[in-house]
Design a binder for this molecule. Structure first.
Ligand code: 3PG
Length: 173
């Protein structure tokens, strides 16, 4: 389970990471669409055991900024050739978003097999991801988007789901 974090208060970044690591959530995705996100990544990385990545990375410039801030993995809502090539060249774990067969095929062309399934519920939910596992059995997914405490176990039960991301664990307010 990867908590997806919108950090609006930098002073809360480190305590939040400490609480999550202590609670068994060491892998933390910080959305870079808030004002202090890059600073928050640097702060959270100081917490022993935390593995901190950047989410909502949509182009090579944001990728470079996230890596400079210390991000250890990169999550994107979608996949472009530019971003895909840049992430592969940077040799950093990369989870690009896919929602359709064509998206997955573009990822496979780049040599990628691990994807964020986004927006998971709105794109067809569990039934759609199950259907995609037929032609793309070699791929593994991290569904994110609209998943809740109530639905997380059903997603994690799928064979092609390695992990699930979601903001419900730490609501932004
Ligand atoms: C996002 O980029 O907003 C995330 O994927 C989180 O989705 P969620 O808020 O529906 O969990």
């Amino acid at each position: 389970m990867i908590p997806v974090l919108a950090v609006n208060d930098l002073a809360r970044a480190k305590p939040m990471a400490e609480a999550l690591v202590k609670s068994g959530y060491p892998v933390l995705e910080v959305l870079i669409r808030t004002e202090f996100a890059l600073e928050a990544i640097a702060e959270m990385k100081q917490v022993a055991g935390a593995i901190v990545g950047a989410g909502t990375v949509t182009n090579p410039n944001e990728l470079a900024a996230a890596i400079d801030a210390g991000a250890e993995f990169i999550v994107s809502p979608g996949l472009t050739d530019r971003l895909g090539h840049a992430a592969i060249a940077a040799n950093i774990p990369f989870l690009p978003g896919i929602a359709t067969a064509g998206d997955i095929m573009r990822g496979l062309d780049l040599g990628l097999t691990h994807f964020k399934y986004f927006p998971a519920e709105a794109s067809g939910g569990i039934a759609a991801l199950k259907a995609l596992s037929g032609p793309f059995g070699q791929c593994l997914f991290c569904p994110t988007g609209g998943i809740t405490q109530q639905s997380v176990d059903a997603w994690l039960a799928l064979d092609n789901v390695l992990c699930v991301g979601g903001s419900w664990v730490v609501p932004s307010q």
